[in-house]
Design a protein around this ligand. Structure first.
Ligand SMILES: [Zn+2]
Ligand SMILES: [Zn+2]
Length: 74
């Protein structure tokens, strides 16, 4: 999925699961991941070198590609 800079609308470069960088205005942003089903904020789980997202409400693991991301200033 594509993330856009809230300041200049340039496409953001993903630096990690919940971080992004805008190469145009040189700003860093934090990403909030929300569950695609219930909308709750997902927790980041790191295990064995893999990063997963966990929904407390649905009680299940979410893949990084199904989560709904929103861009927040750092
Ligand atoms: Zn920008
Ligand atoms: Zn959920």
């Amino acid at each position: 999925m594509q993330l856009q800079c809230p300041k200049c609308n340039h496409e953001l470069a993903r630096s990690s699961t919940l971080k992004a960088h805008c190469p145009a205005c040189d700003c860093d942003f934090k990403l909030d991941a929300a569950c695609d089903k219930c909308g709750s904020q997902l927790e980041l789980l790191q295990a064995c070198g893999a990063t997963n997202l966990w929904c407390d409400k649905c009680n299940e693991l979410k893949s990084k590609s199904t989560a709904v991301y929103s861009v927040k200033p750092l």
